[in-house]
Design a protein around this ligand. Structure first.
Ligand SMILES: NC(=O)C1=CN([C@@H]2O[C@H](COP(=O)(O)OP(=O)(O)OC[C@H]3O[C@@H](n4cnc5c(N)ncnc54)[C@H](O)[C@@H]3O)[C@@H](O)[C@H]2O)C=CC1
Ligand SMILES: Nc1nc(O)c(N)c(N[C@@H]2O[C@H](COP(=O)(O)O)[C@@H](O)[C@H]2O)n1
Length: 235
């Protein structure tokens, strides 16, 4: 297993409903956070080297993943950094649309992480997008990105602190690979419901003997929700 010395420190930040859902059964983006929580997220983004999402989130939400506050962008520039952290998509089959907002909004480097099975025409089109690098992380030729291999390669790209903003499948993948160090969940004051709606961690799920244990670091009320910060036990 890798340690934070071989890979970036990885923390997941998500917003979920009181019943644990990230969005609706239609997989449409829901505003769970209020103004104060979105400010907190922007501050977190500004303080990281990179922000990552899965391709499911790109196809559902088309996020830009930029730092929204001009003041925070200027502070990054003053510190000798790009105005936005590196924006990363985990995209085994190179399905990222060429007109995605990540390419249209905000300056800075983008990384698309693909598997060896990704179609070469899609890879070459993506690699021609401005400030965009393709990383292949699939030495076993499994057809899926190997998240541990990816993390080591990202460290070699100079990324030491990585913020993950979902979605449900990627969250589970990182936790089950033992490479999520910290989880921050804003629990908002709404119920979404729906047995097919994405939850904080989907994937295959853990069996009872393999349940992932967390250590609570803090619980803080923000407006009508609560922010829970947990360390993940990866031993
Ligand atoms: N409320 C919140 O904070 C957030 C909500 N969302 C919601 O979550 C939903 C999207 O979640 P998902 O569909 O689960 O997509 P996802 O964003 O988790 O992406 C899943 C994809 O990641 C790729 N991937 C490649 N290798 C992987 C690996 N080894 N392990 C895991 N994933 C790997 C696969 O192509 C997989 O299909 C949307 O409805 C979106 O609105 C997304 C982000 C944050
Ligand atoms: N923190 C948080 N609260 C919510 O209520 C949300 N719906 C999300 N979603 C995440 O934010 C991304 C959008 O980013 P941009 O505004 O386009 O920069 C979205 O894709 C989710 O990852 N997050």
């Amino acid at each position: 297993m890798t340690t934070p010395a071989d890979r970036p420190y990885i923390f997941i930040n998500s917003a979920m409903s009181a019943d644990g859902k990230l969005s609706t059964f239609e997989r449409k983006q829901v505003k769970i956070s209020g103004k104060a929580d979105f400010e907190r997220v922007d501050e977190l983004r500004a303080g990281t080297d990179a922000i990552m999402v899965g391709i499911g989130t790109v196809l559902a939400d088309d996020p830009s993943l930029t730092v929204k506050s001009e003041q925070r962008r200027q502070a990054r520039i003053a510190a000798g950094k790009e105005e936005n952290p590196v924006r990363i998509i985990v995209d085994s089959n190179a399905r990222t649309p060429l007109d995605a907002d990540i390419f249209k909004k905000g300056k800075g480097k983008k990384i698309i992480v693909v598997s060896k099975s990704a179609p070469s025409d899609k890879i070459s089109a993506l690699s021609e997008m401005p400030e965009t690098k393709i990383i292949v992380a699939d030495s076993a030729n499994s057809g899926h990105v190997n998240l541990e291999e990816m993390a080591v390669q990202l460290k070699n790209e100079g990324i030491s602190r990585l913020m993950v903003e979902g979605g449900a499948t990627l969250n589970y993948g990182l936790i089950s690979a033992g490479i999520a160090d910290e989880i921050r969940i804003f629990v908002g004051n709404l119920i979404i419901g729906g047995k097919t709606a994405p939850t904080f961690a989907d994937g295959d799920g853990f069996s009872e003997e393999n349940l992932k244990k967390l250590t609570l670091e803090s619980a803080e009320q923000i407006e009508d929700g609560i922010l829970l910060t947990w360390k993940v036990g990866n031993e």
